[in-house]
Design a protein around this ligand. Structure first.
Ligand code: AHM
Ligand code: MG
Length: 338
């Protein structure tokens, strides 16, 4: 019989992690378990999305002007409803909700804060392409009572945990509480996430780049230079790089974590500050990538060091293999040209 990976459920992994902290109250593992239930409910809807009337536009726009799909709303509400009464959280914030998502008065307020993107890659929903969810968990900074904006507007380096999910050819839940990055694949027949990717480490350098190159004309010269450089045929250097762009950040990033590479969403004429959101997209993913041995930058500094000033703040993002991101920073800051 061949040696196989330990048979470990997500729940047991979370419990074992908590047992390493004798002072732990069980709050944190309770929170993560609630989150896993929300994810399974979303997975159930995603996997039958073609079968029921969940697809299609609601003919409304979210705060940022993007069209809200029904599945985004379902996921947004499901996560909120799974997390609002456990007593672990004091406040939540989501890409699909304009303001803070308060814990109802009737429920106890906890010491953690949840920020999330319920469905990432939502433009892919009705094309059956992989989509995902992103989560960040902070400790509250206010002492008690309902959480406030201050609790949500924390730099990514203060995260207590982060997770992402991909609803793809299989559904995978990847999480990090500061001790390694671990991936669990859902076995739909038993409804359990099983450990499939223990202690994920991103290669120091990859040979794949992920960017929406349709924006080339809208980039500044430094960004164009960098992408031109990646495409140059230069035998012996690994270039040209392979281009892979799903259009779901989580899916592109997950592939790059496994195989190495860089994802970039730089500033452009439409989004001078970058398109992606700092608080509930870039910070949690940067936390995970750094813990997997990678790097995440806005081109000039570490994503995790940025202090957010509003919940829906955007940022430029260069994330992935350490050497690739460092090289990108050299180009973005004009220290190198192709
Ligand atoms: P979303 O959370 O509203 O789906 O937006 C974020 C997504 C990322 O997943 C993806 O990388 C990017 O936006 C795609 O944007 P574009 O279509 O401009 O390339
Ligand atoms: Mg998103």
């Amino acid at each position: 019989m061949s040696v196989k990976q330990r048979l470990m459920t997500l729940g047991r992994h979370i419990d074992e992690g908590e047992r390493e902290h004798p002072e732990a109250t069980g709050d944190f593992s309770g929170l993560l378990s609630d989150l896993a239930i929300a994810v399974k409910l979303i997975w159930r809807e995603v996997s039958k999305a073609g079968l029921i009337e969940i697809l299609g536009s609601t003919d409304r726009q979210n705060d940022s002007g993007d069209e809200i799909k029904k599945l985004d709303e379902f996921a947004n509400e499901t996560i909120y409803r799974a997390m609002d009464h456990g007593g672990h959280l004091c406040v939540m914030a989501s890409e699909e909700s304009q303001g803070l998502m308060k814990i109802p008065d009737r429920y106890p307020k906890g010491k953690y804060v949840l920020v999330y993107d319920p469905i990432d890659g939502s433009s892919n929903i009705d094309a059956n392409v992989s989509i995902g969810s992103i989560f960040g968990i902070f400790r509250r900074v206010t002492p008690s009572g309902p959480g406030t904006e201050e609790d949500c507007l924390q730099s990514g380096y203060k995260l207590a945990a982060a997770a992402y999910v991909i609803y793809g050819s299989s559904t995978i839940f990847v999480y990090c509480t500061g001790k390694g990055v671990h991936g669990f694949t859902l076995d739909p027949s038993v409804g359990e996430f099983l450990l499939s990717h223990e202690n994920m480490r991103i290669p120091k350098r990859g040979k794949t780049y992920s960017v929406n190159e349709g924006n080339y004309e809208k980039w500044d010269a430094n960004v164009r230079n960098y992408v031109d450089y990646l495409k140059k045929d230069d035998p012996g250097t690994g270039r040209p790089y392979t281009s892979r762009y799903v259009g779901s950040l989580v899916a592109d990033l997950h592939r790059n974590i496994l195989h190495g590479g860089i994802f970039l969403y730089p500033g452009d004429k439409t989004y001078p500050e970058g398109k992606l959101r700092l608080v509930y997209e870039c910070s949690p993913l940067s936390y995970i990538v750094e813990h997997a041995g990678g790097r995440a930058s806005d081109g000039t500094g570490r994503i995790l060091d940025i202090v957010p000033t509003c919940i829906h703040q955007r940022t430029k993002l260069f994330i992935g293999s350490e050497e690739d991101v460092k090289e990108a920073e050299d180009f973005i800051q004009g220290r190198r040209i192709a």
